[in-house]
Design a protein around this ligand. Structure first.
Ligand code: FES
Length: 340
């Protein structure tokens, strides 16, 4: 059975097994979204008329007062009757990449750093997405989904690149560091998330700073390469923060970017050891030490909640406008969040 839902005059059918967010995204209608798990609050919207079941919406994310005021989490709520929703102060009814289910084939699994693998997934048909977005992987044999940011640019749409950190006991880790083999077939759903490079016509070539913790580098690779291709002379600094030198990866690939684009700089920051050629400490602190003013810059943060929060503070301290700060948090377990 399906129930009609609409936003800004655009109407779609929401089936019983779909959230409102999923129904809109599958129709190519944009809704703000990030975690798709009910934890971040990004997808909060106003129910204008109709009725919804809040499903698994946690009270921490959607309070009783907010429910009473007609708010709902699009990623958790299901319509109980024909329902119209509105977004708060956001651009409503805009078109986005269509959320799709695809079958992919593992074409490469490569050890790239300590407890870190690059996984390449071949698609039979291309997937449209914006650099920085993520996909959900249905972990074979478990029925569980895990989220991974794409390291691709939008043009690299037939082989998805994921960076995976091993999490002891994590269901995705167990598979990807165990039985996963070239030729395996996996179900993938995407694209998801609002952490992505702006459309070309909204990109004016402003200076950019990107800070990634561990495998939080993945979406930044797609974003950085896209932004540099558009504006080859732009100023860009990418900070990759890890614990030790053994956790660094793709430094050659990033050195190549630095050789191609003279405005691009890579800074590697180690928090647990001191090694010549790398900074010591935390990436947000290194940024504060390096950049006197980030007024007019855009900032991109992907990593643990602690890194992202420290990054936001560092950016604001250097006068970056809040609207130019983009963030993607992931938890250090393969239970929740993109980019693990
Ligand atoms: S709470 Fe819905 S996307 Fe995070």
């Amino acid at each position: 059975m399906a129930t009609a839902i609409s936003v800004s005059g655009r109407r779609v059918e929401c089936t019983d097994d779909q959230s409102m967010l999923e129904a809109f995204l599958r129709a190519g209608i944009w809704m703000p979204n990030s975690c798709n798990q009910g934890t971040c609050g990004t997808c909060k919207l106003q129910v204008v008329c109709g009725e919804v079941d809040h499903g698994g919406s946690p009270l921490d994310t959607l309070t009783a007062e907010e429910r009473a005021a007609g708010l709902a989490l699009a990623c958790q709520a299901r319509p109980l009757a024909e329902t119209e929703v509105a977004l708060r102060g956001e651009e409503m009814g805009r078109t986005t990449h269509v959320l799709r289910d695809l079958t992919a084939t593992v074409v490469e699994v490569e050890e790239i750093a300590r407890d870190t693998r690059r996984v390449l997934l071949g698609l039979e048909e291309p997937l449209a997405f914006s650099a920085g977005q993520y996909v959900e992987l249905l972990v074979p044999g478990t029925g569980e989904r895990r989220q991974y940011s794409l390291a691709n640019t939008a043009e690299e749409d037939k082989v998805l690149e994921l960076h995976v950190r091993r999490i002891p006991g994590g269901v995705a880790s167990e598979w990807l560091f165990g039985a996963a083999a070239v030729g395996d077939r996996v179900e993938v759903r995407g694209p998801l998330g609002d952490f992505h490079v702006p459309d070309a016509d909204e990109d004016d070539g402003e200076p950019m700073v990107l800070i990634g913790g561990g495998t939080g580098l993945a979406p930044l690779l797609g974003i950085a390469r896209t932004a540099l291709e558009r504006h080859p002379d732009r100023t860009m600094v990418l900070y990759h923060g890890v614990r030790t030198a053994a956790d660094l990866y793709d430094t050659d690939r990033l050195a190549e970017l630095a050789a191609t684009y003279r405005g691009f700089n890579l800074v590697t920051v180690l928090s647990r050891e001191s090694v010549p050629g790398h900074r010591s400490g935390y990436a947000p602190d290194a940024f504060v030490d390096d950049i006197a003013s980030a007024r007019g810059w855009s900032g991109w943060l992907c990593g643990s909640p602690a890194l992202v929060e420290a990054g936001v503070k560092a950016f604001k301290r250097r006068r970056m406008a809040p609207r130019l700060i983009h963030r993607e948090k992931f938890e250090p377990a393969d239970a929740v969040g993109a980019g693990n």
